[in-house]
Design a protein around this ligand. Sequence first.
Ligand code: NAD
Length: 353
Amino acid sequence: MRKKIAVLPGDGIGPEVMHEAIKVLDATAKKHSLDFNYEYADVGGTAHDKHGTALPDKTLQVCKSSDAILFGSVGGPKWDNLPKEKKIERSSLLALRKYFGFYANLRPAILYPQIVNISPIKGISLNGFDIMVVRELSGDAYFGNSILEEDWASDEMKYTKQQCRRIAKIAFEIAMKRKKHVTCVDKSNVLSSSIFFRNSVTEVSKTYPDVKMDCMYIDNATMQIIKRPMDFDVIVTTNLFGDILSDEAAMLTGSIGMLPSVSLNENGFGLYEPAGGSAPDIAGKGIANPIAQILCAALMLRYSFNMEKPASSIEGAVKKILEDGYRTKDIIETGMKEVGTKEMGNLIAEKIK
Ligand code: NAD
């Protein structure tokens, strides 16, 4: 069946890496007899310059009529001084998250054994690791009552049962397809919202008897993820802790240019974007790593289209190319072959064919 994909390349390296992701999707479609219909739309600073808004109506319509959103990245120094309500990320990406009600952010952090030497913890994790951070996106201090006065300030951390249960369910469903292990990360020795979150996750765990569940405080989790990352499978956590923990896990993999992410809503509709930003320091130089954007395409096939085999074939091709010694600048080591954005895309697409 034909799948319609809203393609929003955005700013900086966005269009460069998106070009390679589409190339790889085309190769995958050919190999597995799939039919993708891409509809391109402007977003971010590029859209602001052309249409006076970072999220034009036309772009929203394209997203609404699609089966999934493949997003590049937005922002850059050119637009840094816009007023608060026009800030690029806030008025495009956050607006999309809000509009579609994305509540679950899945962030795989995978250290491939092939590039273990570029990880800051190379001595610890010689065989690599594969962690999925499931971050709750709709509650916590980001959406509670926020007060900033001259002499005091406060942020409310609020969660409802429904918010906790639905994110827990996502985590357990994902764990069922992986190593069947969920770690709930919170601060329930101090925070009521964390006690509530942990209790809700524990309740949901009872409906997944095949999945092992354990709990960890966030301060300990930040240490254990460095000390023994290979012992984690799925981590489920609240919005604020997830924000921090997913970046920590990302850094352990050596480069943010390798990591995809997805935000999902209640209907399984998803926005797929690389973990990194628009990388203005390397934009236009043809050296950005396209693997994060390419792996976004693989995640889209898996989570939005239920196409496990084609998704695995993209991931397999990425691993093979790394095994063959090809590296973009951000993951280069001595003795390896340095390639640019386009060449990396070509190599992965060729491997799929
Ligand atoms: P960044 O992720 O863009 O860059 C941080 C570092 O990582 C840079 O050195 C960059 O060169 C490198 N990097 C990122 N992606 C890479 C890739 N694919 N290949 C190789 N190297 C890569 O973060 P930043 O510098 O804090 O932000 C730059 C701009 O991006 C800002 O305007 C920020 O608001 C925006 N941003 C957008 C998103 C998004 O669109 N989701 C996310 C984060 C930041």
